[in-house]
Design a protein around this ligand. Structure first.
Ligand code: ADP
Ligand code: 5GP
Length: 226
């Protein structure tokens, strides 16, 4: 893997004292076509406290995609400059292209008290975990079968036969990284899978370790006159 930017978790995750909970870095990964964009869209529509991290990529824009919304579409020279300027939290080669998570917006969102959603591959999940450890929640989405995965890729009508073949070939090596995730779900029915992902997000938010205001509250409860 090419060089990786580094950042102290404390810088990324610093929260103003007023916030009662630490921000989450919520990662959704899957082999291409398994449905993570579909689940992400549902999650974002459902949840005001969650903001999408918009990656930069050197790949071409697909029909229907919007620059700045789906990705920041940049050329290779710009991407390399961004790497050189330490502008990425993580980046990786995927399908002969480069993809990276711009650092500043993520830091801004966490500081503003938002949880951040990442649609990134296993390499990105691994790098974010190295940076921010327990504040990262990693969810891996599997297709019900490889036949269904190919059907979804074709049904999306965004890629040529050649690109679909490459995505299918790569799917096996992506699936091989299933054990680098905290949760693994099968996306059979999209609504049911979305409901499970939402449950994970809600439960993770309630973890004791994330509730930074708890000690003060417990001390108050402990006082006889409270
Ligand atoms: P990814 O982001 O993982 O590449 P997408 O969310 O783009 O995948 O989904 C690929 C295609 O499969 C899309 O056309 C989408 O509408 C469809 N799809 C997603 N989830 C399901 C599902 N549970 N059942 C059937 N089709 C699905
Ligand atoms: P696609 O070209 O289908 O949009 O994305 C291809 C793959 O790149 C997907 O698995 C997606 O999750 C991953 N990806 C998108 N953005 C990033 C990123 O910023 N970093 C990393 N590591 N992977 C990314």
């Amino acid at each position: 893997m090419a060089e990786m930017t580094s950042i102290a978790p404390a810088d990324v995750l610093a929260q103003p004292a007023a916030f009662k909970r630490r921000g989450l870095l919520f990662v959704l990964s899957s082999p291409s076509g398994a449905g993570k964009s579909t689940i992400s869209r549902k999650l974002l529509a459902d949840d005001d406290g969650l903001t999408m991290s918009v990656s930069a990529t050197t790949r071409a824009m697909r029909p229907g995609e919007e620059d700045g919304k789906d990705y920041h579409f940049v050329d290779l020279a710009t991407f390399k400059d961004m790497v050189g300027n330490n502008e990425f939290l993580e980046w990786a080669h995927v399908f002969d292209h480069r993809y990276g998570t711009p650092r500043e917006p993520v830091e801004g969102m966490l500081e503003a008290g938002h949880d951040v959603l990442f649609d990134i591959d296993w390499q990105g999940a691994q790098q974010l975990y190295q940076l921010a450890g327990g504040d990262v929640v990693r969810v891996f989405i599997l297709p019900p079968s490889m036949v269904e995965l190919e059907r979804r890729l074709r049904g999306r009508r965004t890629d040529s036969d050649e690109v679909i073949e490459r995505r299918m070939a790569r799917a096996h090596s992506e699936i091989a990284h299933w054990d680098g995730y905290d949760y693994v779900l099968v996306n059979d029915d999209a609504d049911a899978c979305f409901a499970k992902v939402r449950t994970i997000l809600h439960a993770e938010r309630l973890k004791r370790s994330r509730q930074t205001g708890l000690i003060g509250f417990i001390r108050k409860l402990d006082r006889a006159d409270s």
